[in-house]
Write a protein that binds this ligand. Structure first.
Ligand code: HEM
Length: 546
């Protein structure tokens, strides 16, 4: 890619400036096609992943993006993605991403190098067990009803039966309250109030985003953290959150009751006073109780679980407001299956169209849109659907971008790739032309999973990644989003204020709107013959540590 441009999109800056870049030595074999374009192609209002899409169509499922001596390999092919995430996952770490996130998440599970990651993953996965998820569902209901109570108040205050609300902001508040309760039993109450801790969380999130987007990594310079006001603010915000997390960790340790993993999972979660992940991690008999590691993992889950789920709700609502036919079908399913009681896992099991709608939202708006890897040793990429027959050699240190956006909108994998059509997940439509080493999309291969996943699609659909570093919070997040949608869609009508183009799109860690999701919200009448849509006030009490 040649030329100069005033890069405005964050990831473009990351590409060109933040990373050390990677010098591909001559390794023999097939050489990776280089994307032909101008750097100024990246400089418009469009986010980077849209430019990466155009080059994918022009250059194929594996291409190289070169900026002077630096090169990045962009992968949009399911066979190559399967190799990176699963078959040879041990040869890759998080590279640039770990460098950016280190000051915030330390060695938490997402950025962690493989050695640190292994025992932590083993400790954390059992905490996400089924009985815990059941307890979380009650909390998801309670928090969503708090959101509904707020919408009721806003509608009442507007006086004419409807209020214009930025639903992206409301979903972020809801996501924060839920992750705080689920991960460390701390009630941020961000739906209803402001607090120094909430402000600090948003400050740190903003800084994480800024770091992945600002083109000169000046925070690494000596004294910069003292001299630059935003760095001082960042350090102050981080100190507020760390003090809060340290306090919660210390309290959990003081009341520790070492218990076997199986016994912890077999507890009656309807009676457990503190069902949080932190409690589980501390109480597990052979737990690693290193304060720093616990804090890094909690911070990681706070950030990983908050914005992502809020983004899923934001884009699902955005899509539904423009698809009256999908919305009608979805509401018919919800009204038929859910009364005025709390939403349960059993309900969700009976709501296939809701689950397909969430999957379709994650297909079109993957969070994050790009996964980042760096090769720890030399490797040969397997031939992809549109790759070179012999595969491409890559060297140690190679920086790779797995474009989930490209994969999920690939015209070689999906019929009408840009259309929002939840029905697609019940149709088998492997593209015979590209068969090769890719098994195609097979709904029957979903197995026990309630949702379409990377297994059923043989790595063409990877909303939660895949292989050993797959998201640990996928079921938590999907259930949270399902409960929130059922309660809110049954209770309100949502109409987009202004056209969809006004919403805009921007990237940081996740895809968010450029201008908020401004929506006209009004109460929805109960459908004929149906019980009343649930009232917002019936919020069960929660035992919390706010
Ligand atoms: C990893 C997506 C919610 C915790 C990941 C990855 C993706 C992802 C794509 C893989 C990253 C990679 O391979 O580079 C999402 C989406 C979510 C969501 C779309 C919401 C809809 C959550 C929640 C939690 C969580 C709620 C925690 C409560 C994690 C952790 C990892 C991870 C700890 C790292 C796993 C490892 O490396 O072993 N997530 N996530 N995520 N996610 Fe999520």
């Amino acid at each position: 890619v040649k030329g100069k441009g005033n890069l405005r999109d964050g990831l473009s800056r990351l590409l060109t400036e933040v990373s050390q870049g990677y010098l591909q030595p001559d390794m023999g074999g097939e050489s990776i096609p280089t994307a032909e374009g101008e750097l100024s192609d990246l400089a418009g209002d469009e986010p980077l992943f849209k430019a990466l899409y155009q080059w994918f169509l022009d250059s194929g499922g594996v291409y190289k993006l070169a900026f002077g001596p630096k090169a990045f390999i962009v992968v949009s092919d399911p066979v190559v993605v399967r190799h990176l995430l699963k078959e040879n996952a041990g040869n890759y770490d998080k590279g640039v991403l770990a460098e950016i996130l280190e000051p915030i998440m330390g060695k938490g599970l997402i950025p962690a190098d493989l050695e640190t990651w292994k025992p932590r993953r083993r400790a954390i996965v059992p905490a996400f067990h089924r009985a815990w998820l059941g307890a979380m569902v009650a909390m998801f209901n309670a928090c969503t009803r708090e959101s509904a109570a707020k919408l009721d108040r806003l509608i009442a205050a507007a006086g004419d039966g409807e209020a214009v609300v930025d639903m992206e902001e409301e979903f972020l508040n809801l996501g924060l309250d839920i992750i705080g309760l689920g991960v460390f039993n701390y009630d941020f109450r961000s739906i209803t109030r402001e607090s120094p801790v909430i402000k600090a969380v948003y400050g740190v999130l903003k800084e994480a985003e800024h770091r992945s987007t600002f083109y000169i990594p000046y925070w690494n310079l000596p004294l910069a953290s003292v001299l630059v006001p935003r760095q001082r603010r960042f350090r102050a915000d981080l100190a507020v959150i760390n003090a809060c997390l340290d306090g919660l960790i210390a309290a959990a340790k003081r009341t520790r009751q070492a218990t076997d993993e199986e016994a912890l999972q077999a507890r009656d979660y309807t009676k457990v006073r503190d069902p949080s992940l932190l409690r589980f991690l501390v109480d597990m008999r052979d737990a690693d109780l290193d304060d720093r590691q616990l804090r890094d993992d909690l911070m990681t889950m706070l950030i990983a679980g908050h914005e992502t789920t809020a983004a899923v709700l934001t884009w699902t609502l955005f899509a539904l407001m423009q698809q009256p036919e999908v919305e009608r079908k979805l509401l018919a399913e919800l009204d038929a299956e859910v009364g005025d009681e709390a939403v349960t896992l059993d309900h969700i099991a009976r709501l296939p169209y809701l689950r397909a709608t969430l999957a379709e939202s994650l297909r079109l708006y993957p969070q994050p849109p790009i996964l980042i890897r760096r090769a720890l040793g030399d490797d040969v990429l397997p031939p992809g659907l549109r790759g070179a027959p012999g595969g491409y050699p890559i060297g140690k240190g190679a920086d790779l971008f797995i474009s989930v956006w490209n994969l999920h909108r690939s015209p070689y994998l999906w019929r009408d790739p840009d259309a929002f059509r939840p029905e697609r997940f019940s149709e088998a439509h492997a593209n015979a032309d590209f068969g090769g080493a890719w098994a195609g999309y097979r709904p029957e291969a979903q197995g026990a999973s309630l949702y379409p996943n990377e297994v059923a699609s043989d790595f063409a659909f990877i909303p939660f990644g895949g292989g050993m570093r797959k998201c640990v919070g996928d079921q938590f997040a999907l259930t949270e989003a399902a409960v929130a949608l059922v309660l809110l869609l049954r209770r309100y009508t949502f109409r987009l204020e202004g056209g969809p183009e006004r919403v805009g799109m921007a990237t940081g860690a996740t895809i968010h709107t450029a201008n908020g999701l401004r929506v006209r919200v009004a109460a929805r009448a109960a459908p004929a013959g149906q019980p009343a849509v649930p009232a917002a006030a019936e919020t069960p009490a929660l035992a919390t540590a706010s």
